[in-house]
Design a protein around this ligand. Structure first.
Ligand code: NDP
Length: 288
C-alpha cells in the first residue's frame, strides 16, 4: 500500500481573488485610457430565489472589478418569444459586451433556443452552437466558464496536461463535453465517461487528471483515484442541508496530489471566468 501523500486543497476563493485582481487592473487601464468599462447583461426569467441570488453575485463581482452590469427581469409566465425579444434587444445594444441568461428557465422556454439567440460575440456563457463549434475546432471563441476555470486551476497548480491521461465523468454541454475538448486541445489523452460507462472505477483509476461532473454525491471513492492524481470535483449537491461534491472528499485526501472542495472550489472560478469572458468579448468587439 502506498503511504499517504500531502494533498493540495484548492482555495478557489483565494485563486479567484488573485485573478479578479488581474482583471480589475486591466479594466482600470482601459478606463484610464478614456474607454468605457466592459458591460455584462444578465437576464432573469421568473422568481427562483437561487437564480436571483446567483445573478446578484455575478453583478456584484462585475462591480468589484470595475465592470458595468445591467439586469433584465421577466416574469415566470414570460413566453419564449418574449425572452428571445429581450435577448435580441441586448444583441443590438452596442453598450453591452456579454449576455448571460440565467438557467434554469421556466417550462416552455427552451434553453437551446435562448442559447442560439445570443449573439456569438456576446456569448459569455459559451453555450451558443457557434461557440461550441469554435471550441470543437480549437479556434478562438468564448468557451463555457466552468471548464475554463478548471484549466486555470490545473495551470496555476503546475499540473502537466500535455500527455496526461484525463478522465472526465459527465458529458453535459456545460461541463463534461467542453472540458474534455479543452483537455484534448492541450494534448491530454481524454476518456469521457457517463451513466452507461462499464466499470467506471477502473477507468477512473487510470486518470492522472480526474474530473467529476455528475451531481452524484460522493460517488468517486478513494480507491477510484490513482495516487498522485489531480482530482477536480465540479459536482454540487445538497445532502441533509449540506453541500457535497461528487468526490468522497475526506477519503481522497492523502491520495490525490490536488483536490478541489465543493465549497470555495470550482464555483468561484466559474464566476471569475465569466468576468474574463466578458472582458475578452469587450476587447474583441471594440478592438481595445
Ligand atoms: P448534468 O446533469 O447535465 O450531467 C451529468 C452527467 O453525469 C451526465 O452526462 C450523466 O450521464 C453523468 N452521470 C450521472 N450519473 C452518473 C453515474 N452514476 N456514473 C457516471 N456518470 C453519471 O449535470 P451538469 O454537467 O450540468 O453538472 C454536473 C454537476 O456539476 C452538478 O452537480 C452541478 O450542480 C455541478 N456544476 C457546478 C458548477 C460550478 O460552478 N461549481 C457549474 C456547473 C455545474 P448521462 O449523460 O449518461 O446521463
Amino acid at each position: 500500500m502506498s503511504s499517504p501523500r500531502q494533498t493540495v486543497v484548492l482555495d478557489g476563493l483565494a485563486l479567484s481573488q488573485q485573478i479578479r485582481g488581474e482583471l480589475a487592473e486591466e479594466v482600470r487601464k482601459l478606463v484610464e485610457a478614456g474607454r468605457r468599462p466592459p458591460c455584462l447583461a444578465v437576464v432573469l426569467v421568473g422568481d427562483d430565489p437561487a437564480s436571483a441570488s446567483y445573478i446578484k453575485g455575478k453583478r456584484r463581482a462585475c462591480k468589484r472589478i470595475g465592470m458595468d452590469s445591467l439586469e433584465r427581469t421577466l416574469p415566470a409566465t414570460a413566453s419564449e418569444a418574449e425572452v428571445l425579444a429581450v435577448v435580441e434587444d441586448l444583441n443590438r445594444d452596442d453598450a453591452v459586451d456579454g449576455i448571460l441568461v440565467q438557467l434554469p428557465l421556466p417550462d416552455g422556454v427552451r434553453a437551446t433556443a435562448v442559447a442560439e439567440a445570443v449573439a456569438p460575440d456576446k456569448d459569455v456563457d459559451g453555450l451558443n452552437p457557434i461557440s461550441s463549434g469554435r471550441l470543437l475546432q480549437n479556434v478562438p471563441g468564448l468557451y463555457p466558464c466552468t471548464p475554463l476555470g478548471i484549466i486555470e486551476v490545473l495551470d496555476r497548480h503546475d499540473i502537466t496536461i500535455e500527455g496526461a491521461r484525463a478522465v472526465v465523468v459527465g458529458r453535459s454541454e456545460i461541463v463534461g463535453k467542453p472540458i474534455a475538448l479543452l483537455l484534448m486541445h492541450r494534448h491530454a489523452t481524454v476518456t469521457i465517461c457517463h451513466s452507461r460507462t462499464r466499470d467506471l472505477p477502473s477507468v477512473c483509476q487510470e486518470a492522472d487528471i480526474l474530473i467529476a461532473a455528475t451531481g452524484r454525491p460522493r460517488m468517486v471513492k478513494a480507491d477510484w483515484v490513482k495516487p498522485g492524481a489531480a482530482v477536480i470535483d465540479v459536482g454540487v449537491s445538497e445532502v441533509d442541508g449540506e453541500l457535497v461534491g461528487d468526490v468522497d472528499f475526506e477519503a481522497v485526501l492523502g491520495v490525490a496530489s490536488l483536490l478541489t472542495p465543493s465549497r470555495r472550489g470550482i464555483g468561484p472560478m466559474t464566476i471569475t471566468m465569466l468576468l474574463r469572458n466578458t472582458l475578452q468579448a469587450y476587447r474583441d468587439r471594440t478592438g481595445a
